[in-house]
Design a binder for this molecule. Structure first.
Ligand SMILES: [Zn+2]
Length: 110
């Protein structure tokens, strides 16, 4: 990830929150190697593949913005979604959240 300024990062985070609130993370799955793959719907309706390494929180996305800027709101959306999932698991079970696989999540089609 290229270093960005704080202001643009905050903008990406607020856009990422909107993606989550609008249920635009259509699918996500945690693999044994600690990688989460997700499908996120962009503003245009296009679907992007986002891959997140849960050990480093590095992520990449198939959207054009990521290609040119090395970051995008979709990668932030997946980070936020993953971190909130971890927090829930910790509260519920107090077990190591990494020992629990993520469920495959599907949201209602609108
Ligand atoms: Zn993206």
């Amino acid at each position: 990830m290229k270093p960005g300024n704080t202001r643009s990062t905050l903008r990406l985070v607020s856009r990422a929150a909107r993606i989550i609130n609008q249920n635009r993370i259509l699918y996500m799955k945690l693999y044994d190697n600690g990688v989460v793959k997700a499908v996120v719907r962009g503003d245009s309706g296009a679907l992007y593949i986002v891959v997140l390494d849960t050990r480093t929180l590095n992520a990449r996305c198939s959207c054009p913005h990521f290609k040119y800027n090395g970051t995008c709101k979709h990668t932030y959306a997946l980070r936020l979604r993953y971190l909130s999932h971890l927090r829930r698991n910790i509260q519920l079970s107090k077990k190591d959240a990494n020992s629990k696989p993520l469920r495959v999540l599907r949201t209602k089609k609108t």
